[in-house]
Design a protein around this ligand. Structure first.
Ligand code: FES
Length: 255
């Protein structure tokens, strides 16, 4: 009997074909294994290595290098609280204290008594303008307060069958996206009841490689080499050396 179910191993075997370098599949493969088991066991890493035809030592090296891979059991739901500079300045340490107290643990990766929750502190998650923020399972949550943490825990406990993997879409910050908030001249949410559960704004669509769907304004057309279709204004014409085509200034009659 294998540590990973057959359908997960089949999925992992298909991953290398999606990457120019087959070994690039190691991280998504480990991610699939962790999704399935909750953490990466030695047996699971060995099976990932076999499925990808990679050296087991290489797979284990990747798994132990990245902190987002867990080698020990964690809670069913995991808080990744950012405590980097922007979030720290906006109260991340108080958020960590509150998470710790709310789920009843004393240190990172300790699992709550009911097996539901654990937490860790992480480096910048790239949403500094909405600090303090965190990732909870696979979603981002912004402008954190102790009340929001309590609400999230209550919702998670009350959910009958919470989706194990709601997808990788990030949550939308309360008060709209960053541009809206900057336009409004405020970094505060529009409403204290605003939800932080909708996806981030879509990036500009790309039609082809490097081409935006809304094209940049056309450059001036060139008719020939170095010639613009809308000619520059003509310079004053010269008839001879140092002579202008126009009339010379009047000379005094007696000169
Ligand atoms: S410092 Fe927390 S998201 Fe960047």
């Amino acid at each position: 009997m294998t540590a990973l179910p057959a359908h997960i191993l089949d999925e992992i075997r298909e991953l290398p074909g999606k990457y120019p370098q087959p070994r690039s599949a190691v991280m998504p493969a480990l991610d699939l294994a962790q999704e399935e088991l909750g953490h990466l066991t030695p047996e699971a890493m060995t099976e990932v290595a076999a499925a990808l035809e990679l050296d087991p030592g290489y797979v284990e090296g990747v798994a132990t290098f990245y902190s987002l891979f867990h080698l020990e059991p964690i809670g069913k739901h995991h808080f990744y609280v950012c405590t980097n500079l922007s979030c720290a300045l906006r109260g991340a340490n108080e958020i960590v204290d509150h998470v710790r107290q709310a789920i009843g643990v004393k240190e990172p990766d300790q699992v709550s008594a009911d097996g539901m929750f654990s937490y860790e502190e992480v480096e910048c998650l790239g949403a500094c303008e909405f600090a303090p923020m965190m990732r909870f399972d696979h979603r981002y949550h912004y402008d954190l307060t102790p009340a929001k943490i309590d609400q999230l825990i209550a919702e998670t406990k009350g959910a009958i069958s919470p989706p194990r993997s709601p997808g990788r879409s990030a949550a939308k910050p309360p008060g709209g996206d960053a541009k809206t908030r900057i336009r409004q001249g405020s970094n505060q949410p529009q409403s204290s009841t605003a939800k932080s559960e909708s996806p981030l704004p879509d990036p500009p669509q790309q039609v082809g490689r490097g081409k935006l769907s809304s094209p940049l304004p056309d450059p001036p057309q060139q008719v020939g080499r170095g010639k613009l279709s809308s000619p520059l204004p003509s310079p004053p014409q010269q008839v001879g050396r140092g002579k202008r085509s126009g009339p010379a200034p009047n000379k005094k009659a007696d000169a």
